[in-house]
Design a protein around this ligand. Structure first.
Ligand code: NAD
Ligand code: DAU
Length: 352
């Protein structure tokens, strides 16, 4: 890669903030632009520690707005893109799919078009799309998602991400755009918006509120510490083969109920509660519509070809995560005030 004027989209969100922090600190010679609309999920406090870095600039903007995207490319001479901006929550996609179609599909198209118009195909540029394992659909008991697994998205969210992956590949095949895609499993760690299972449960346990578990809690997810995902993105951005896809996962499958029981026991210790006290808050609620049963990632391609490996054991990462949320009350109060209260009540009923 020659010049490194790098556009990261969605850098005020959960994963994006970890990626922006890693790149700004690790690569002082790169100029990093963070383009983010600051939706309910975007929060500049997530990256307050690097906001004054000399190699970093924040741009508030909507990727659905074609002229914003094309102006950013032209004015800033963008060389490479790491695209994370998205509507990311499955439950919200069931309630209101249109925002997912707009941001995840049209927004990605706008970025691809701007890249195509600005770059010569053979000029060492890269368009990196950060995607999800949910595009592969749901697994049975034993198999795992490979890069060759056929797409079978089940929710409006995963259908929109599948669509954007297809567009990225189409721009590679049709226009010769240099692209790479990674499909990652469930992330956990600091700064995750508490609509997602782990921070929602941590917050409810702390506040002695019920922990809503969909269905029987038997659905399985493969959890990866977010900083390990950021490292994988760094590895793939620098060493990934153009036109390739890499699966990223933690080799760390948990049923939702097993995970919540582990979390309750960590929280009992941290909060000085008697063993089993937090688990009494577990409450089985109506299942998610079209709830995928199991995700599990085979990331051996990334491990064997590019040498990436997850660094943390789940118990260790989960404890670190709990410590962060318990030490950051103000962050949690900030993001759970305002529109989140309405969302929570609509989704789960009024909290007790
Ligand atoms: P998030 O919801 O925490 O953050 C999304 C960010 O995108 C926010 O800062 C938001 O303001 C911004 N954004 C949304 N719409 C925008 C628009 N129209 N224009 C500009 N910015 C906009 O999401 P996340 O969990 O950090 O996920 C980031 C990416 O990684 C997504 O593409 C998601 O599909 C993918 N992913 C997430 C996970 C996971 O477990 N969270 C796993 C695999 C892949
Ligand atoms: O697999 C990668 C995906 O992981 C990402 O692409 C998505 O952006 C990200 O949101 C995540 O999707 P999930 O739907 O798996 O994550 P969520 O935290 O919403 O739910 C995890 C599991 O917990 C899932 O089986 C649904 C269940 N759940 C979730 C919530 C919010 C509950 O049982 N109760 C809840 O209140």
């Amino acid at each position: 890669m020659k010049d490194k004027r790098l556009l990261i989209t969605g850098g005020a969100g959960f994963i994006g903030s970890h990626v922006v922090r890693l790149f700004v600190n690790k690569y002082p010679e790169y100029q990093i632009y963070n383009l983010d609309k600051l939706t309910y999920a975007g929060n500049l406090e997530n990256i307050a520690d690097i906001q004054d870095a000399g190699n970093y600039e924040f741009i508030k903007g909507d990727i659905v707005d074609r002229s914003t995207v094309s102006t950013v490319f032209k004015d800033l001479n963008i060389d490479h893109v790491i695209h994370l901006a998205a509507e990311s929550h499955v439950d919200r996609s069931i309630e209101d799919p249109m925002a997912f179609i707009e941001t995840n599909i049209i927004g990605t198209m706008n970025l691809l078009d701007a890249a195509r118009e600005s770059w010569n195909a053979d000029d060492g540029h890269l368009f990196y799309h950060v995607s999800t394992d949910e595009v592969y659909g749901s697994l049975g008991k034993d198999d795992k998602f490979l890069e060759s697994t056929p797409y079978d998205p089940q929710s409006p969210y995963s259908a929109s991400k599948a669509s954007s992956d297809h567009l990225v590949r189409a721009y590679h095949n049709t226009y010769g755009l240099s692209v790479v895609i990674s499909n990652c499993s469930n992330n956990y760690g600091s700064h995750q918006f508490p609509e997602k299972l782990i921070p929602l449960a941590i917050n409810n346990i702390k506040n002695q509120q019920k922990i809503p578990i969909y269905g029987k809690g038997e659905n399985i997810r493969d959890w990866l510490f977010v900083e390990d995902h950021a490292e994988a993105i760094d590895t793939i951005f620098h060493n990934g083969q153009k036109g390739e896809t890499y699966n990223v996962g933690g080799n760390n499958e948990w049923t939702n109920i097993g995970l919540i029981q582990l979390l309750c026991s960590i929280m009992d210790t941290k909060l000085g509660r008697k063993d089993g006290e937090s688990a009494e808050l577990i409450s089985f609620v109506k299942d998610r519509a079209g709830h995928d049963l199991r995700y599990a990632i085979d990331s051996s391609k990334l491990q064997s070809q590019l040498g990436w490996n997850p660094s943390l054991k789940f118990e260790e990462g989960l404890e670190k995560t709990v410590d962060w949320y318990l030490a950051n009350d103000e962050w949690m109060s900030g993001v759970t005030s305002g529109s989140y209260k309405k969302y929570y009540e609509k989704q789960y009923g009024a909290s007790e």
